[in-house]
Ligand binder design. Sequence first.
Ligand SMILES: Nc1nc2c(c(=O)[nH]1)N(C=O)[C@@H](CNc1ccc(C(=O)N[C@@H](CCC(=O)O)C(=O)O)cc1)CN2
Ligand SMILES: Nc1ncnc2c1ncn2[C@@H]1O[C@H](COP(=O)(O)OP(=O)(O)OP(=O)(O)O)[C@@H](O)[C@H]1O
Length: 186
Amino acid sequence: MKDKKELRQVVRALKSKLDDTQKRQEALAVFQSIETLQAFRSAKHILLYYSLPDELPTHEIVDKWSHVKTIYLPRVNGDELDLLKYDRQHMGKGAMGITEPIGDELVDPSIIDLVIVPAVALDKHCNRCGRGRGYYDRLLPLCTHARYIAVGLDCQFFDNIPVDPHDIKMDGVVTASHLAFAKPRF
Ligand SMILES: Nc1nc2c(c(=O)[nH]1)N(C=O)[C@@H](CNc1ccc(C(=O)N[C@@H](CCC(=O)O)C(=O)O)cc1)CN2
Ligand SMILES: Nc1ncnc2c1ncn2[C@@H]1O[C@H](COP(=O)(O)OP(=O)(O)OP(=O)(O)O)[C@@H](O)[C@H]1O
């Protein structure tokens, strides 16, 4: 199997063929699937991500879910991710070009029930590969009471992706056409 660097290049080429309409349609399907899961229904505090243009879009779902759940977003702080409550009035551009929450009220990762994790590539064994900075590999162990669901576009789903010892296994992986769960009854 390809190494992670090569895999990221392959995925970049595949994603560049998709237009915004296609990405939005896939996002609708992904988040509709997630809404049916018990892990979503029972969750009160959900960590989402605010998508970059080349990712499965989340701007609409962040806003929609914020009416029924408490939504948190990550903010880059050096090598770590701080977590802040989403409030549409208090967002600004961060260092990586990501729109992030503004403010100084950081939340304890242990209050999160469900993490929706952005991915560069995913596989049917619930492995996830990210952008290669290890942010989520360091954050997720602090989310001690959460399930982790990685999401992506269909073109980011593979049978097998390379795994390093520090990679955190997901509880579930969801794309528009593929679902994989680590346990039979999730
Ligand atoms: N929407 C979103 N928010 C997120 C993440 C993410 O993957 N997606 N993160 C997940 O960790 C954290 C931020 N980490 C990031 C790491 C790298 C790049 C990035 O743009 N990297 C370039 C490589 C060029 C460079 O090194 O600057 C790239 O991937 O093209 C962005 C965010 C927290 N917030
Ligand atoms: N728990 C950890 N503690 C410290 N460094 C880590 C940890 N996990 C990963 N790293 C480091 O982060 C770097 C990126 O790892 P990797 O390529 O697996 O990232 P990724 O899973 O794609 O990224 P991300 O988790 O941000 O989406 C590696 O150099 C790795 O050593």
